[in-house]
Design a protein. Structure first.
Length: 331
C-alpha cells in the first residue's frame, strides 16, 4: 500500500503456477520410473544452510536483493562467492532447496565503479561441477569467460577458481552458471552493476532498482514458476517512489527459455540502455520485451496520482495460477 499521500508504490508481480509435470522439449520428456521432475517443495522445519567461511558479507538493497561488500585494495574490489544449496522461499507456502550463491536468490548484487579491477573468488560447494559466466562483460581473456570445456575446466565440488576483469564499460551485467538450464533455473545467477565514472544526463535518477526475472522448474520439466528477485507475489518487493521522482529500473531476464514483457500500469518507461549499450533514440514504451539473457535499463517518472500501481509481466500465464491473477484476487 502507499505509505503517504505523497508516495506511490509500483507493485511488482510474478506469480508461481504449479501445473502437472510437462515437457518443454522432447529431450526433457519424463522417463518412466525416474525421479520426480524439477525441484520439489519442502516442508518446515527447513534444512539448515550454514554460510561458508569467507563469504562476502552483504547489505540489504531497496529492491529486495542483497549487495555484496567487497574487499577493497585501491581500485581492486574482491568478492567471495560460494555456490551452495540452501532452502529458498519463493512465497509463503512454497520453499525449495535451491542452488544459490551465498545462500540467496538472486546471488549478491556486485556493484563496482567503472575502471575498477574486479575479482570474484569462486568456490563450488554444490554436488555437481560448475563454472561462472560473466554475461555481457567484454574485453576479457577467454580464460575468464567461464564456458566449461571451452575456456576453462569445470570447477569440481569443493574446488575454487578466480575470475578477474576490468570494469571498462558501465551498465548492467549478469553472472551465472554455464551449466544446463535446470541448473540455471534452480537459482544460480546474480547482477553486476558497473557505475559510470561520468553518468549521462538521462541516467540520473533518485532511486536505482535491479529487477531480475527468473524461472523455475518446480514439479515440472518445464518452466512452471516465475519470480522477480527470487520472489513471487505476494512476496515480491514493491518499488517505492515519491511522486515527481525519476527512478531507474535495470531489467534482467535470466529465464532459460521464456520471454517476458514487463508492463508498468499508468507509467511509461524510457529505455536508456540495452545490454549495457546506451540508447540515444527517444524509445518510450509501457511494455518492455526481454528475451532470455537480455538486459534493458529504463527510467520511469512517477508522474501519476499517488497510489499502488501494478508492474507485471504481460505474458499472463506468468502472472496467474489456478486461482487467477494475482493468486485469485486483485491488489
Amino acid at each position: 500500500m502507499a505509505r503517504t499521500a505523497a508516495w506511490c508504490t509500483l507493485l511488482c508481480l510474478l506469480v508461481v503456477g504449479l501445473p502437472a509435470a510437462a515437457a518443454a522439449d522432447t529431450d526433457d520428456a519424463p522417463v518412466a520410473g525416474s525421479a520426480p521432475a524439477g525441484l520439489q517443495p519442502i516442508a518446515a522445519p527447513f534444512p539448515a544452510a550454514t554460510p561458508f567461511a569467507g563469504e562476502s558479507r552483504t547489505l540489504s538493497r531497496a529492491d529486495g536483493t542483497v549487495q555484496a561488500v567487497p574487499e577493497l585494495h585501491g581500485r581492486t574490489e574482491i568478492f567471495h562467492l560460494v555456490a551452495r544449496p540452501a532452502p529458498w522461499t519463493l512465497r509463503p507456502g512454497l520453499t525449495v532447496m535451491a542452488r544459490t550463491y551465498n545462500g540467496v536468490v538472486p546471488g549478491p548484487t556486485l556493484v563496482v565503479r567503472q575502471g575498477d579491477r574486479v575479482v570474484i573468488d569462486y568456490r563450488n560447494e554444490l554436488d555437481v561441477p560448475d563454472t561462472i559466466h560473466l554475461h555481457g562483460v567484454h574485453g576479457i581473456p577467454v580464460a575468464m569467460d567461464g564456458v566449461p570445456g571451452t575456456s576453462q575446466p569445470m570447477v569440481a565440488p569443493h574446488g575454487t577458481f578466480r575470475y578477474v576483469f576490468r570494469a571498462t564499460d558501465p551498465g548492467t551485467f549478469i553472472y551465472h552458471t554455464h551449466d544446463r538450464k535446470a541448473i540455471l533455473n534452480s537459482g544460480l545467477y546474480g547482477g553486476i552493476i558497473v557505475e559510470p565514472a561520468e553518468p549521462r544526463p538521462e541516467e540520473r535518477a533518485a532511486r536505482d532498482y535491479l529487477e531480475i526475472i527468473s524461472s523455475w522448474y518446480i514439479n515440472s520439466n518445464s518452466e512452471s514458476a516465475f519470480t522477480l528477485n527470487g520472489k513471487s507475489y505476494p512476496a515480491t518487493h514493491p518499488i517505492d517512489v515519491r511522486r515527481g521522482e525519476r527512478i531507474r529500473i535495470r531489467w534482467i531476464n535470466i529465464s532459460a527459455e521464456n520471454f517476458h514483457t514487463m508492463h508498468t500500469h499508468g507509467h511509461y518507461q524510457r529505455i536508456i540502455a540495452r545490454d549495457a549499450m546506451p540508447v540515444t533514440a527517444n524509445d518510450v514504451e509501457d511494455t518492455v520485451a526481454l528475451g532470455p539473457g537480455q538486459r534493458v535499463d529504463v527510467t520511469v517518472d512517477a508522474n501519476q496520482s499517488p497510489g499502488t500501481w501494478m508492474v507485471h509481466c504481460h505474458v499472463l500465464d506468468h502472472t496467474e495460477n489456478a486461482g487467477g491473477c494475482p493468486t485469485g484476487s486483485s491488489p
